[in-house]
Design a binder for this molecule. Structure first.
Ligand code: AHR
Length: 485
């Protein structure tokens, strides 16, 4: 098995946006309660923020975190989570009881402690224009009005200054509370965006696109929603989750090809309308939905209304981590259109970080590719071409045997490679326009990256060709450096 890859330092897809490495915290299961927040935990500070989790979050390196949902937001009253009186309510989306002990101020403080930007979603399911305007005024208006003074009285003298706002969540999905047709949602999103811009002209708005590529409305949904919101929004979201179906690992490992196609189709609709709107892949991950459909949901419905029950606590494997690595590669390959992306989610819920209530916090295998790409993919993403052996898959047709993304930051390069083959694959990488040598060559194990054996990755004397042998069904990375750097 062999593959040849070519790239040129002057053939660039675009700058790598730091917001590509976003994450997501929803009021769902134990993402918040006993996830990021657990008063009384031995590592928690006076605000109840788990120190062990914060340490892992900083190591992981997300840059922006979406909050508070997700499906949860579509029936959420943001006022419940501010001030001294916190009503206990049903959360119909996840069939749970929401204590509201954690809310807006707590999340703003946590985000500051984690050094991440906040991406705040408003409820356009059961609520509308007025409540979205209210929460924005509460957060971003300096003072002198009832809402801004209420924020100040609740302990935040200065405005939170949140820039990024999502106009609802997955409104195309029949499972969504307040689900709407594209026309209904497009109108509501446009009117909401208009007043939000009046209140704070500096906001960046994300209108909800499709929940996944197989939605029967995908394409038409984007077309309709963007016609309504043209000139009012900056980004349109896409959500994308992948899983292995019936033991078909080959197709699962080709998920990044499906993500590429999904992004390019949405970009085609944006172009057709002549708009300058970025794509925000603000929920993406690997997620075995069977757990929710067959175990979590029936258990919830049969068992009453628990408070922050364990939900969607998928335990990930090395194969899942390989797929996560390749999905990050797809995002990098599409930075000409993708302005931000959020891995869903951050802690406990289909997450790279897991915790035990009152106990330990640990990294899942999917933690490692995210950490490595968020720390190494800097500068610009390079256009890459792949030739050689290909792989036929059941779900995604014929795909490159090796999936590749490459970035360049001055004299430092990084190449991220997914070998989809069941055998080792020899890869030759030709880089035009600069000389490089291999500074490090690592491949993923479930516990993190390990060095590839000594001779597995080398550069030739001229520094223009790198050869590497990739282990079967693996995700690997090469760090390249100019010889005199
Ligand atoms: O991330 C879990 C759920 O997946 C989110 O709440 C929803 O938006 C999506 O369907």
């Amino acid at each position: 098995m062999s593959v040849r890859i070519e790239a040129s330092v002057s053939d660039v897809v675009g700058p790598v946006p730091r917001r590509l490495f976003g994450s997501f915290v929803e009021h769902l299961g134990r993402a918040v309660y006993t996830g990021i927040h657990e008063p009384g935990h031995s590592t928690s500070d006076s605000r109840g923020f788990r120190g062990d989790v914060l340490e892992l979050v900083r190591e992981l390196g997300p840059t922006v975190v979406r909050y508070p949902g997700g499906n949860f937001v579509s029936a959420y009253r943001w006022e419940d989570g501010v001030g001294p009186d916190r009503p206990v309510r049903l959360d119909p989306a996840w069939h749970s009881v929401e204590s509201n002990r954690f809310g807006l101020h707590e999340f703003a403080a946590w985000a500051q402690a984690a050094d991440v930007e906040v991406m705040y979603a408003v409820n356009l399911g059961t609520r509308g224009v007025q409540e979205a305007a209210d929460v924005l005024e509460y957060c971003n208006h300096p003072g002198g009005t009832e809402l801004s003074e209420r924020r100040r009285a609740n302990g935040a003298d200065r405005p939170f200054g949140f820039r990024l706002w999502c106009l609802g969540n997955e409104m195309d999905g029949p499972w969504q509370i307040g689900h709407k047709t594209a026309d209904e949602y497009g109108r509501l999103a446009a009117e909401t965006a208009r007043v939000m811009r009046m209140i704070d002209p500096d906001v960046e708005l994300v209108v909800a696109g499709s929940s996944h590529a197989d939605m029967p409305t995908f394409g038409e949904w984007e077309r309709t929603v963007l016609r309504h919101t043209a000139g009012l929004v900056d980004h349109i979201s896409l959500h994308a989750y992948y899983q292995e179906h019936d033991g078909d690992t080959a197709s699962y490992l080709a998920s990044a090809a499906a993500l590429d196609a999904y992004i390019r189709t949405a970009a085609g609709v944006i172009d057709e309308l002549g708009l300058e709107v970025g794509i925000s892949v603000d929920e993406w991950n690997v997620w075995d939905l069977r757990r929710w459909n067959e175990t979590d949901q029936p258990r919830l419905v049969a068992g009453g209304w628990p408070e922050h029950p364990p939900l969607l606590e998928d335990t990930y494997t090395l194969t899942d981590a390989v797929v996560v690595g390749s999905l990050l590669g797809a995002l990098l390959r599409n930075v000409d259109r993708v302005t931000m992306a959020n891995q869903a989610q951050l802690v406990n819920v289909i997450a790279p970080i897991r915790t035990e209530p009152g106990g330990a916090a640990w990294r899942q295998p999917t933690f490692h590719p995210f950490r490595l790409v968020s720390s190494l993919a800097r500068g610009v993403s390079l256009q890459v071409s792949v030739e050689g052996d290909r792989l036929r898959t059941e779900r995604h047709g014929e795909v490159d045997l090796v999936d590749v993304a490459a970035t360049l930051d001055g004299s430092a390069g990084a190449v991220f490679l997914t070998n989809r083959a069941t055998a080792s694959t020899d890869v030759e990488i030709r880089l035009r326009g600069a000389r490089f040598e291999v500074a490090a060559a690592e491949t993923l194990s479930a516990a993190g990256p390990v060095s590839l054996p000594g001779a597995a990755a080398t550069s030739d004397a001229k520094g223009t060709t790198v050869t590497v042998t990739l282990p079967p069904r693996s995700w690997s990375l090469l760090r390249l450096a100019a010889p005199d750097a």
